[in-house]
Design a protein around this ligand. Structure first.
Ligand code: FE2
Length: 264
């Protein structure tokens, strides 16, 4: 399996606090059958304002951690990536190879939890026009999506890829994220499942348990979410974004009233 979303570099963002913690997390990942880990360091996020999140530095951090993995015989290959915090500047950010998995074909974008800026639709449209496909990081964790799941279908219509956190279906990120993730996955709207692991305790790699649960919901359709699709992102190849959406029917006022007073 490939883990597509995590903060495993030691002492760079709010992820692993030490090299020992990184190695413990990656040892745990290897035991789950994860062979490839795409590191997605926070990028232009308020959390990393004082850190040097440049291509050169992160590339060197990834190389150093890979050496430690090899030395400790942990059979995992690391890949370079970033989780870009949404600002309306994505059109210029895309020129930094760190922001687009080096090849410039995809960008993993996260929003703050409480609101989605109005500018996002136009900014994503412009990115697509320039050949960069936005990957929406953990939509199930955003309050507006929890209140209106159709926002995800709008991203799909715009050609975006959807990444759900593996801990969400398991309930690790709260009941609202759990419910929203189940709806997104059962609707066939999720392309990638990523651990979003931050530490070796509560937010560790949890791909195995999540895949088992999601398999109960959608069977083998879970496999591309941890294999083919993250592999396509690493290699800069296309992912088919094919979906259907039938809005849930909301009964009108009289139908609801009749139902309440027991006439239906
Ligand atoms: Fe993340």
């Amino acid at each position: 399996m490939i883990d597509f979303h995590n903060h495993v570099l030691p002492k760079v963002d709010d992820g692993a606090k030490s090299l020992d913690m990184s190695l413990s997390m990656l040892q745990h990942a290897a035991k789950q059958g994860i062979t490839d880990v795409v590191n997605t360091v926070h990028y232009q996020h308020p959390k990393v304002e004082t850190e040097d999140i440049s291509y050169k530095r992160i590339q060197s951090e990834v190389q150093n951690l890979q050496l430690e993995l090899d030395r400790n015989e942990i059979p995992i290959k690391l890949h370079l990536g970033a989780e870009v915090f949404y600002l309306p500047n994505l059109g210029s950010v895309k020129d930094d190879p760190l922001s687009t998995f080096i090849h410039g074909k995809y960008m993993l974008v996260e929003f703050q939890v409480h609101q989605l800026p109005k500018t996002q639709k136009q900014v994503f449209f412009d990115l697509k026009m320039q050949g960069v496909t936005p990957i929406i990081a953990h939509p199930e964790r955003y309050k507006p999506v929890q209140n209106d799941i159709s926002i995800v279908s709008e991203w799909l219509e715009a050609g975006c890829v959807i990444q759900v956190d593996a801990g969400s279906p398991l309930g690790f990120l709260g009941p609202s994220a759990q419910t929203a993730s189940e709806r997104i996955i059962k609707n066939g709207w999720c392309h990638i499942l990523g651990s979003d692991s931050h530490d070796d305790k509560r937010r560790n790699f949890c791909l195995n348990e999540s895949v088992d649960l999601v398999k109960d919901w959608i069977g083998d359709a879970v496999n591309p979410m941890v294999l083919d699709h993250p592999r396509a992102v690493i290699e800069g190849k296309p992912i088919a974004i094919d979906f259907e959406y039938e809005p849930e029917e909301i009964p009108n006022f009289w139908a609801q009233l009749k139902h309440r007073i027991g006439l239906t």
